[in-house]
Design a protein around this ligand. Structure first.
Ligand SMILES: [Zn+2]
Length: 122
């Protein structure tokens, strides 16, 4: 995910602990049913991108992401994990990304468990 897509948000005062970030990634990997595909999660400073993923399931995130608001972290995490299902940025990718992010919004607003499988509802 390229850096131009970063919204104009202020960085957080305190970075999220790496453990918490890992937990977020795994929670989303479960939701997207890609836990089997995730092999490694790395954090390192990246210049041009917020994150990248290899087809072998190696995910790399920019360390600065730990200072970004939760909504933006979520977007980057879901974006990269979704590449394990859909390698390009085509229509299917965008539709799924929007659906997952929308489900997260709903879930956090109502404090309910995630809605039933959004993928199967075409
Ligand atoms: Zn991408």
């Amino acid at each position: 995910m390229k850096k131009e897509t970063r919204p104009d948000w202020q960085p957080l005062e305190e970075a999220v602990p790496i453990d918490v970030f890992h937990a977020e990634v795994w929670a989303w990997a479960k939701r997207l049913s890609v836990t089997e595909c995730v092999r490694e999660i790395h954090l390192r400073p990246m210049k041009r991108k917020w994150a990248s993923c290899s087809s072998r399931g190696r995910l790399t995130f920019d360390t600065n992401l730990l200072r970004q608001p939760a909504e933006f972290r979520r977007e980057v995490i879901v974006h990269e994990l979704l590449h394990l299902k859909v390698p390009n940025h085509g229509k299917v990718f965008k539709a799924l990304l929007n659906a997952y992010l929308a489900s997260a919004e709903t879930a956090s607003l109502t404090k309910q468990e995630k809605p039933t499988d959004i993928v199967s509802k075409s």
